[in-house]
Design a protein around this ligand. Sequence first.
Ligand code: DHE
Length: 531
Amino acid sequence: LRSSPERAAAATLWLALATAVAGAAEPATGASDGPMPDAAALYATHCAACHGETRLGGQGPALLPVSLGRLKPADIARTIANGRAATQMPAFADSLDKGEIAALAAFVGKPPAVTPAWTEADIRASRILHPAPAATEPVFDADPLNLFVVVEAGDHHVSILDGDRFTTLARFPSRYALHGGPKFTPDGRFVFFGSRDGWISKYDLWTLTTVAEVRAGINMRNIALSADGRWIAAANYLPGTLVLLSAETLEPVRIFEAGDARKAPSRVSAVYQAPDRNSFIAALKDVPEIWEIATDPAAAPVFTGLVHNYEKGMAEALPASAGLFALRRIAVEEPVDDFFFDRGYRHLLGAARDGGRALVVNLNVGRTVATVPMPGMPHLGAGIGFTWQERRVIAAPHLSEGRISIIDTADWSVVKTIETAGPGFFLRSHEDTPYIWADAMMSKASDGMQIIDKRTLEVVRVLKPAPGKIAAHTEFDRSGRHALVSVWDADGALVVYDAATLEERTRLPMRKPVGKYNVFNKIRFSEGTSH
Ligand code: DHE
């Protein structure tokens, strides 16, 4: 899942695709006897209207290798042939023969001749302002701070739930493939969604309407909102930029070309809000630097690093920057990403590329202060903090091994490794519950949700919301009395549990509900949830 294995896997997948589609192209239509299909012409005729002439997306998603990397190769040919249920994507099996479908699948899997750019002008031109109904209070009688925002990936929709009655207040189509946690304004009224294709949508939870959208990049990782709710940061892989926008208007206000002080370019893995520091913290994928960007207009001048002057043969200081959006470069030993922050945002833990350890970086002094051995690809971004035996600890799952590491933030020692049924993705807890909920979604035991007692650090129960279907991603209501778990299936559900008795209370049918987010827990930075 990290860069080199990711790339290797992608290469293998595309090789497999070539083989698979070549096989798929054989005789039924006799296509292999005729001339090679002109894939570019086929694309222009059948795909460009929805996916864009330059494959950057339109009504449909972008069709570039960077965007399709997570799709299995055979899926692409199958999607072209069969379409996608509950979306605008039609089936082409009746109008294109197998050879043409294979050629198209291979075509969209290759990078375009010229790497696409996405400039400030493109960002501005993409902005869409929807009619925004005026409101002085919510249009519903539910507690506006106990709403749940549920991202349903099955048909690319979002549902808004009343977190007391567990009823649906609204359901609307989202941009294609939302990723990462939606981000809420400090008053809980507006929520921002980011899509892998770079779209940011601003939704008013009081009027239940989407009010504005903008495309900040071609392939985006995630977004963050500043502590004062005024600025959004978007982390992009393509182009390698960190884009800052006004949260009110979604207009771009600053674009940073990502790269180190020596100007080696980089993709941006992710960006996070550091509320106690009044800053954004960004992970750079390809260079050994972490960026901190001030969202405080009174930010003191910061030294922005060194760049090598080849004429003089020496390193020179870059000019200091100060005030709003001042950039601070923190040099680290190697590129790190997937961050977890301790309470107060004094330290961050970042996963090293080899997937076997994490670096602890003290953000105040700007250097690595410890290394934590964490074999099995730690997923720090999914970590949670809590107090165990009067110590502040972090729990983090691992993506390739069935274990959860418990780390003491006083000395960065691993105080316990909890063996689980298999590798999982997400952890959740709440201040007012004694349990951690941990999935094992990347294992044979993926239908089980493991309940870990925070006092004993032992798995005390395994819940199976839908035997045989993946159970993942939990979120608590504002009181911590209920836990909502996803059944990750096209024909899935959101299952509501009593968080104390662990009994099911109700379930709502949903279409692959990948993530759900409680307004109160998010804006109050509950220690058991993601930020
Ligand atoms: Fe995510 C959050 C990175 C694959 C579902 N994922 C995040 C965040 C990062 C990240 C940096 C935190 C952003 C934030 O909340 O602002 N994810 C990555 C990867 O690098 C990885 C492993 C590979 C990739 O393809 O990007 C990856 N992620 C996935 C998936 O395959 C998941 C399971 C399905 C999907 O929809 O893509 C997935 N990621 C999620 C979800 C969150 C997330 C649901 C938000 C969790 C939360 O509770 O806040």
